[in-house]
Design a protein. Sequence first.
Length: 138
Amino acid sequence: MSWCYESYSGALTGMMWLRPSGLLMGVDILLNGRAIRSPANRGVSVIDATIGSSTMPGLQSNTSGNSAVGFGSTDLMVVTNGRYYNMTRIAERVGDLIGRVNALIGMLNYGWVVNVQNGQVTSKYNSTGLSAMSTTLA
């Protein structure tokens, strides 16, 4: 089954097709704030998400409005409980943390670390060579 329109020249242009594999559309879908709903009537809305000072397309939960996903030009933003997080920065911080943990494990393996107590690392050397780690996620 298909939905088409005919131009003045008589050419048919397909807009929507219903096939056994699913619904295929040849046009953009403009929902005007209407929700996409699950069978249990839970929904998300397509929104213009303002996150920080940027506005981007996003999806927002209709149950509380406190969770959303924003799709920036280079970053994926996640909003949870009203706070937003830049997933690129989280990936950078996790990568930095993994590198630091691996460096510390390497030092432990070489006997450079003498003691770890109350969050303080005592080393045979004055410095581990690691700079202070940023904790900024936004």
